[in-house]
Structure formats: structure tokens, C-alpha cells
Write a protein that binds this ligand. Structure first.
Ligand code: NAP
Length: 252
């Protein structure tokens, strides 16, 4: 049985139906949180919530599109209704987008990636922060990427959005430290989730693995461990910063 250090806490996780978000939802619930698992994939959410319940945890599903401000406002209200208050949030939902050079990048693909990966994080925090102020404080983790600090060819929109997430994280942290709200970002390298496996062949995945000094892709659980540390009171003096979980990728 995991330490129940998130007992009495209510936590929103976006993109919780799959990959990294599903692992974060499971760890938060195992550590005692009431988890509000949100995603656009209703069936995936039902599976994640059922797995959490089977393991003895508490989770509620809420279908919401992070790129729509009213949906994010309603998600926070749902969390307050289910949990009494909002204490923790992980803005994790994200998409990869087209893989083409900047000079050929489709404008509609740019807009879609920015609307999910950057607008979605802003809309999340826009409504989470007032709720956390009402709760007396809180902790937010935004899931960025190694591509929040370095470039990657063919991924201009994704790289721009993730750099934006890191900047937004710093400003929100500075502005809301007096409200006892901490805001941090994490930067995973390539993680073995459906985001990759849905779109890439095994051969390409192996090629990506070889880019890491660790010689492999990361796991969702390895990202979740860092996210949950940053959410926890053990990280009480950590705010406004960006934390890598990258198998040495950006050390090169
Ligand atoms: P994933 O397995 O594809 O999971 C992402 C989830 O977000 C999916 O369930 C997806 O639903 C959902 N989603 C997509 N658009 C949404 C929207 N507008 N509103 C709400 N939910 C939405 O991806 P992952 O690898 O776990 O990625 C999670 C986060 O980690 C993303 O922010 C990603 O950029 C970041 N990240 C991933 C990696 C990696 O290598 N995997 C590396 C660095 C950072 P659908 O399946 O229906 O689209």
C-alpha cells in the first residue's frame, strides 16, 4: 500500500485516458487523492476509472476538450462538486501534430497543436488557480517535454507550444506564489506511450530510443514519479521551474 500523502486532496488530470496521464491518475489515486480524470476519449476514461476503483482508489471521469475554455471552467466546477475543493492539477493532455518542416507546415496543423498543447494549459490554469486560491493553496504541474528546451526537426508547432508552456509556467508561479500555489513543468524525453506507438513503426521507436544515453525510451510511471513528487508537500520550496525526466537526452 502506497503512502497516503494525497489523502483529502482532489486532483484534476487532463489527458488521463492514456499514457502518461493514466499513470499519473493511477499513482495519485493509489496515494489517496480523489482523482478527476479528464480526456476527450470517454471509453479510455472509463477503463482508467475502473482500474483505479479495482485497486481501491477513487476517480471520477469527465469528458472535456482542453482547447475549449468553457469546458475547462466546467471541469474545475465538477472537481469542486465531487471533491469539495481543488488542490492539485496536472495539465497533461497533448498531441504530436504533423511532422513536416516549418516551410511546409500546414497552418491548420499549427493552430490545432497550439490550441491543445498551449491554449489547453492556459485554460486549465485559468480556472484551476482561482479554485486553488479558494482552497487556501495548491500545486500544478504542466506536462511539457524536452522539446520545451531544445528543438526537433519537423516539430515546429510542438516545440513552440512546449517552449510556451515553460514560459507560462514561470509567470503563473511568480504571480501566484503569494496565494500558496506552486506551478512547475516537467520535461519528459521520448516515452513509450500510444502518442508514439500509434504513429510510429517499431523501427522508428527503436531509433528514438537510441537517441537517449540511457539507451531506451522512458515509461509513463517514470514521468508520474516526478510529477507526483512535484505535486507533493515534499516539493514545498519548488516552484516556477522545469524538471527533466529524459534519460540524459538533453545532457548531450
Ligand atoms: P497519449 O498516450 O496520446 O495521451 C494523451 C491523451 O490526451 C489521449 O488520451 C488524448 O486523447 C488526450 N487528448 C488529446 N487531445 C485532447 C484534448 N484536446 N482535450 C483533452 N484530451 C485530449 O500521449 P502521452 O504520450 O501520454 O502524452 C501526454 C503528455 O506528455 C502530452 O502533453 C505530451 O506532449 C507529453 N509528452 C509526451 C512524450 C512522449 O514521448 N510520449 C514526451 C514528452 C512529452 P486521444 O487519444 O483521443 O487523442
Amino acid at each position: 500500500m502506497a503512502e497516503q500523502d494525497f489523502a483529502e486532496k482532489t486532483a484534476i488530470v487532463t489527458g488521463a485516458a492514456s499514457g502518461i496521464g493514466a499513470a499519473i491518475a493511477a499513482e495519485l489515486a493509489a496515494r489517496g487523492a480523489t482523482v478527476i480524470a479528464s480526456d476527450m476519449d470517454a471509453d479510455g476514461l472509463d477503463r482508467v476509472v475502473a482500474q483505479i476503483a479495482a485497486a481501491g482508489g477513487t476517480a471520477h471521469a469527465r469528458v472535456a476538450d482542453v482547447s475549449q475554455a468553457p469546458a475547462m471552467e466546467a471541469l474545475v466546477k465538477f472537481a469542486e462538486d465531487k471533491g469539495g475543493a481543488l488542490h492539485l492539477a496536472v495539465n497533461n493532455a497533448g498531441i504530436g501534430g504533423p511532422s513536416v518542416p516549418c516551410g511546409d507546415y500546414p497552418p491548420e496543423g499549427w493552430r490545432q497543436v497550439l490550441s491543445v498543447n498551449l491554449d489547453g494549459v492556459f485554460y486549465g490554469m485559468r480556472y484551476q488557480i482561482p479554485a486553488m486560491k479558494a482552497a487556501g493553496g495548491g500545486s500544478i504541474v504542466n506536462v511539457s517535454s524536452i522539446l520545451g528546451s531544445v528543438g526537433f526537426q519537423g516539430a515546429s508547432a510542438y516545440v513552440a507550444a512546449k517552449h510556451g508552456v515553460n514560459g507560462l509556467t514561470k509567470v503563473a508561479a511568480m504571480e501566484h506564489a503569494p496565494d500558496r500555489i506552486r506551478v512547475n513543468a516537467v520535461g519528459p524525453a521520448f516515452i513509450d506511450t500510444p502518442l508514439l506507438s500509434r504513429n510510429l513503426s517499431r523501427e522508428v521507436m527503436d531509433g528514438l530510443a537510441a537517441l537517449h544515453p540511457a539507451g531506451r525510451l522512458g515509461t509513463s510511471e517514470e514521468v508520474s514519479g516526478l510529477v507526483c513528487f512535484l505535486l507533493s508537500d515534499r516539493a514545498s520550496f519548488i516552484t516556477g521551474s522545469y524538471h527533466l525526466v529524459d534519460g540524459g537526452y538533453t545532457a548531450q
